[in-house]
Design a protein around this ligand. Structure first.
Ligand SMILES: Cc1cc2nc3c(=O)[nH]c(=O)nc-3n(C[C@H](O)[C@H](O)[C@H](O)COP(=O)(O)OP(=O)(O)OC[C@H]3O[C@@H](n4cnc5c(N)ncnc54)[C@H](O)[C@@H]3O)c2cc1C
Length: 430
């Protein structure tokens, strides 16, 4: 091995960037994360890792002790069931999420806890995190990163994990591929379970703070609730059509009022409205995504996470797809070090795209599909999250995925899913 390290710069220390630092750790590599913020204001909201991501976190990234269980930093709560109700309080569907179904549980986190656990894992793996370091421009051929401060850094590999408004994506794609408004926004709040005592009229089977995710589906609005922090907190997300206020807003997320949250949920059962009344510092977010990209890498740079395939949160797959990306990077770059040629690095990055693009694009499209009205005009719940669960959650890592694709192609040389994946999201969902 040469004495010069293989230098990796990861732009963005969000969920994808921190997970990438852990995944890419190897002897002879030096990993630096550049983060624009001071990492002291991660959003207060819940987030779940789906079984596909939990398998990767445990088996390929060694994150067990950082994220899972009450004694870990992440304090993730396993979710044993997904219960879907109509606004008439009738149970429409129960999707069991027991471990034996997908190989691991779905795990719910307070976003701050997930981020803190990942940050500690990245630091323990030897990565350096430079905060207040906003990247202004990237030269993908020279491997140069220019910070807003005027500082200039050079790397053998640049990983763009800088989210939906990625600066690295602009350099890779060659233009600013903007995020697309979807017409949807989401109210979000976190409520301590102790503040939810005495709520009457919960439908049979509903227990606030228990290991279950609840979805109450109206035609254009739905409420999703689940636990975090060892079941001490209930996270509530309310998906609604864009409000007039948010349409005119210049920021993507802002403070919201409990009154506006309640107004969107007129006609919802009284017990759900009582939960909304007890919201703590509710906020509202515009929901945007991007169309599938023609490439995720160019020169020495590669995109992962929301920078590569931002999607609606309707399947809770955004962060989970980032875990799939970093495991693919780990796999295809396993033999790359400072002695590797630029061509070898580029080939490895191209292999990540060809292994991941179809699947990530389909999941983007499914997420749009799941955002369509949740009931028929007569109010019957039509939403069926189950239809994509097997595809999403049975994933076991990129090597087994490629083996499966290979065996399918030999049995049935069809290109139907590939052509679906390469179609624009708008076509898939029109
Ligand atoms: C309402 C809502 C609910 C969601 N729920 C779920 C869920 O339950 N499960 C799930 O899997 N996903 C969920 N998601 C999606 C998930 O949050 C994202 O997919 C995930 O956070 C993507 O991570 P990321 O690291 O790619 O991007 P981000 O989390 O956006 O991180 C990007 C990082 O890069 C930094 N950065 C940006 N630009 C620069 C720059 N120029 N220089 C330096 N640093 C920069 C940012 O400060 C940030 O820290 C949800 C999203 C929303 C909006």
């Amino acid at each position: 091995m040469t004495s010069k390290p293989f230098d990796i710069i990861i732009v963005g220390a969000g969920i994808a960037g921190l997970a990438a630092a852990v995944a890419l750790k190897a002897p002879g590599r030096r990993i630096t994360l550049l983060e624009q913020s001071r990492l002291n204001r991660e959003v207060g909201a819940n987030i779940s890792l789906q079984p596909n991501a939990v398998k990767i976190a445990k088996r390929f990234l060694g994150l067990d002790s950082y994220l899972f269980g009450d004694a870990s930093i992440g304090r993730g709560v396993p979710d044993k069931a997904f219960l879907i109700y109509g606004t008439d309080d009738k149970l429409h569907m129960r999707i069991g999420l027991e471990t034996d179904q997908y190989g691991e549980d779905r795990i719910c986190f307070h976003r701050v806890d997930l981020h803190t656990g990942l940050r500690q894992a990245a630091l323990d793996s030897g990565a350096e995190i430079k905060t207040a370091s906003k990247v202004a421009k990237v030269d993908v051929d020279a491997g140069k990163v220019y910070l807003e401060s005027g500082e200039e850094l050079t790397a053998d590999l640049i990983v763009g994990a800088d989210g939906i408004r990625s600066a690295v994506r602009t350099a890779v794609v060659g233009h600013d591929q903007g995020a697309l408004p979807t017409g949807l926004s989401a109210f979000r709040t976190l409520i301590p379970i102790q503040d939810l005592q005495g709520i009457q009229g919960l439908p049979q089977g509903v227990e606030l703070g228990a290991s279950q995710t609840l979805m109450i589906v109206g035609r254009n609005c739905r409420l999703v609730m689940g636990p975090s922090r060892g079941g001490t907190v209930l996270g509530v997300v309310g998906l609604v059509p864009d409000t007039e206020e948010i349409k005119g807003a210049t920021t993507w997320n802002m403070e919201a009022s409990t009154e506006d949250f309640l107004k969107s949920y007129e006609g919802f059962p009284e017990w759900t409205r009582e939960i909304i009344r007890r919201s703590v510092e509710p906020s509202i977010w515009q929901m945007r995504d991007i169309a599938p990209l023609p490439a995720w890498s160019k020169g020495k740079a590669v995109l992962i996470g929301d920078a590569a395939h931002a999607m609606l949160p309707t399947q809770g797959q955004g962060a989970s797809q980032s875990f799939e990306d970093v495991e693919a990077l780990q796999y295809f770059l396993r033999d790359i070090d400072a002695s590797s040629s630029e061509h070898e690095v580029q080939q490895a990055l191209a292999a990540v795209y060809s292994a991941r693009h179809e699947r990530a694009s389909l999941i983007q499209a499914y997420s749009r599909e799941q955002a369509k009205p949740g009931t028929s005009a007569s109010g019957k719940v039509t939403l069926n999250p189950r239809e994509f669960m097997d595809y999403n959650c049975k994933y076991e890592g990129v090597a087994s995925w490629l083996a499966q694709q290979d065996s399918k192609a030999r049995k049935q040389p069809s290109v139907s899913s590939a052509s679906v994946a390469s179609a624009p999201v708008s076509v898939l969902t029109s």
